[in-house]
Design a protein around this ligand. Structure first.
Ligand code: UDB
Ligand code: ZN
Length: 192
């Protein structure tokens, strides 16, 4: 099983590389890796396992974080109905997104970052995503709320981007859209 020792930390060059696409259908090896990534999240969210192995409770993990520069990500979190949702995706991408942005009030952290970094990390409020699941089947989903934020955080890892790259240098708590600015918003949400 994967533990914190398998997770590389900031400063490691792999975290700054663009991950390679997976050739489809996924190989047995790639599927095994992705399964292990999802298992890490499951274990890390189990208080006994987390305690025993010293795991930080994770909601998402991208392959570059275990030093594999390939387009794979695992997510395990709750949706807006508090239902547990799991994604294990090859070649994930955002196919459309809202104009509206959002951010986590408490800021973001990262399993690959062993320090606190304060500030607003702007994210799209709603995204439509595509990817291939463990069976190699194409899936399309609409995500919003915390799940949308986790997906964008993990997708950033596949592009060599760290969450703090998105924090405004000279004013970490600057609102992404200043009050009074026109927010382009889709009334129907239809195209998203
Ligand atoms: C996490 N977890 O897993 F607001 F119920 C973080 C860590 C780094 C703190 C473990 C997290 O944010 N949990 C959380 C947050 C909430 C409410 C809640 C649980 N990651 C995953 C990661 O580093 N992937 O590369 C960081 C998250 C920051 C924003 C999205 C992902
Ligand atoms: Zn991260």
């Amino acid at each position: 099983m994967l533990t914190m020792n398998d997770i590389i930390r900031e400063g490691h060059p792999t975290l700054r590389k663009k991950a390679e696409p997976i050739s489809l259908p996924p190989s047995t090896g790639d599927k095994e890796t992705l399964k292990k990534m999802l298992d890490f999240l499951v274990h890390s969210q189990d208080p006994e396992m987390a305690e025993k192995h010293g795991l930080r409770p994770g909601v998402g993990l991208a392959a570059p974080q275990i030093n594999i520069s390939k387009q794979m990500m695992a997510i395990r979190s709750t949706d807006h109905n508090d239902e547990i949702v799991e994604y294990a995706l090859f070649n994930p991408k955002i196919i459309s997104h809202s104009a509206e942005t959002t951010y986590l009030e408490s800021g973001e952290g990262c399993l690959s970052v062993d320090r606190e970094v304060n500030g607003i990390v702007p994210r799209y409020a709603r995204i439509k995503i595509e990817g291939y699941n463990l069976e190699g089947k194409k899936i399309t989903e609409r995500l919003r709320g915390f799940l949308a934020i986790v997906f964008q955080h993990e997708l950033d890892h596949l592009n060599g981007i760290m969450f703090y790259d998105r924090i405004e240098q000279d004013d970490p708590f600057k609102q992404p859209l200043p009050p009074g600015e026109i927010v382009i918003r889709n009334d129907t949400d239809a195209p998203l």
